[in-house]
Design a protein around this ligand. Structure first.
Ligand code: FES
Length: 106
């Protein structure tokens, strides 16, 4: 399902609880949806340090910690907040309409 902005429905809002992360696939892309105090952010499910599964990490506030070597990223901006990662993780535009989460890959 695509909305008027060209974003694609990826999940329902109730599938990602506050403070939690869940990974969904959109085409070839694995995307980690992060619920920060009720607001949804989307980041690529690949750590920029060494391709770790970022979506399997813990979310603390707006920061997600990679389960492999502990790098942290701000999911609201993608910025790397701690070593060993230095490059930002790609983020995606999120649009919540009613109970549906839409993500744009562009
Ligand atoms: S792969 Fe994520 S910190 Fe190393």
């Amino acid at each position: 399902m695509t909305n008027s902005l060209g974003s694609v429905k990826i999940a329902r809002l109730d599938e990602v609880e506050p403070g939690k992360v869940k990974v969904f696939n959109l085409g070839q892309e694995a995307i980690a949806l992060c619920n920060v105090d009720g607001k949804i952010y989307a980041v690529k499910d690949v750590c920029t340090h060494d391709d770790g599964p970022l979506g399997e990490g813990e979310l603390n506030g707006c920061q997600i910690e990679c389960p492999r070597h502990g790098a942290r990223f701000d999911v609201t901006t993608g910025k790397a907040m701690s070593l060993p990662a230095v490059l930002p993780v790609p983020t995606y535009k999120v649009d919540v309409q009613g109970s549906d989460i839409f993500v744009s890959l562009e």
